[in-house]
Design a binder for this molecule. Structure first.
Ligand SMILES: Nc1nc2c(ncn2[C@@H]2O[C@H](COP(=O)(O)OP(=O)(O)OP(=O)(O)O)[C@@H](O)[C@H]2O)c(=O)[nH]1
Ligand SMILES: [Mg+2]
Length: 299
């Protein structure tokens, strides 16, 4: 039988459920998720091989409006990473959140104007639509906004209708040899996933602005006698943020480390010794060179 293989970009504004959808399709957590917008900062590939078909999904950062006074280099990077993922794809899944259409959804739609690949619209979080009768008229309304290859209501978190969405995507996989070994699930290293998981725990546990002013760098990742030693450096912008992150008597950082370690042990498959360090590095998020050295690099 002939093999098929193709790239599928998952795009949308922040917080609509892109990473949740990709994880559900893969049946495992590859991309971090949280209640906050702007959780994903990088392109992350999730690879699913089913018989002769190989789907290479590309999760992307939420495309967002750059505000005048908060137009940081990292925000530009995230938007670029999302837009770049649209190049040379075979299919696009554009996700929106229920029956809302915001200015940012409109920006995503405009970015898609020059994309020739088929675009499937996924209307996510339908489990949270109170008035179910509003869905059908909404699907009719969005149908007029662009020529969509399909419009599929889903609830990514619960897996509702996700198989139907995958079946739509399968129609657009071109004939091709597989680009990845059939058992590979992502293009990202364990080292990258470790940094992301630490960042996820911080996103999930800390309020206010801190999550957006913090990044994680892995300084050591080494396995010895069935124990993986990981040292992660958490960079923040200000001294006060360092204090918040560490918490009273180190309680906060301990909890973050504990949660991250448990999840890492499942992924790595060994015991994990996780060391977390916090350092202030002023201006890292608005400095192109610093960003590059911290792994925010499109090449
Ligand atoms: N109720 C409900 N919540 C969902 C569903 N899908 C995602 N969520 C929640 O929506 C929030 C955002 O999900 P993410 O997957 O992180 O969203 P994202 O689009 O990747 O966000 P960014 O990476 O910030 O652009 C999380 O709290 C998810 O649990 C769904 O089908 N139903
Ligand atoms: Mg995401």
């Amino acid at each position: 039988m002939t093999q098929t293989c193709g790239f599928v970009a998952i795009v949308g504004r922040p917080n609509v459920g892109k990473s949740t959808l990709m994880n559900h399709i893969l049946g495992q957590k590859i991309s971090i998720t949280s209640r906050r917008p702007q959780t994903t900062r990088h392109q992350v590939m999730g690879i699913k091989t089913e018989g002769d078909a190989q789907f290479i999904y590309v999760d992307t950062p939420g495309i967002h409006v750059l505000e005048k006074d908060r137009n940081k280099a990292i925000n530009r990077f995230m938007n670029q990473a999302a837009t770049q993922a649209l190049r040379d794809v075979d299919c696009v899944i554009f996700i929106i959140d229920r029956t809302r259409w915001t200015a940012e959804d409109q920006i995503v739609l405009e970015r898609l104007a020059t994309v020739e690949a088929p675009v499937i619209l996924a209307v996510n979080k339908v489990d949270r639509i109170n008035d179910k009768s509003s869905l059908l008229p909404w699907l009719d309304e969005v149908r007029g906004r662009r020529e969509f290859a399909a419009i599929v209501p889903v609830a990514a978190k619960h897996g509702t209708n996700v198989a139907e969405l995958e079946a739509e995507v399968a129609k657009y996989l071109p004939e091709s040899v597989h680009y990845f070994p059939d058992d590979q699930v992502t293009d990202r290293s364990l080292r990258f996933l470790a940094a992301e998981l630490v960042r996820e725990k911080i996103m999930r546990q800390l309020g206010d602005e801190l999550p957006y002013q913090m990044t994680v760098e892995i300084e050591e990742f080494r396995e010895e006698n069935r124990v993986t030693h990981i040292s992660a450096l958490i960079l923040v912008e200000r001294q006060g943020q360092k204090k918040i992150l560490i918490g009273d008597r180190g309680e906060r950082i301990k909890k973050i480390g504990h949660d991250a370690r448990l999840e890492l042990e499942r992924i790595v498959g060994t015991k994990v010794m996780l060391n977390l360090w916090v350092k202030v590095k002023r201006g890292w998020s608005d400095d192109d060179r610093a960003l590059k050295s911290l792994g925010y690099d499109l090449d």
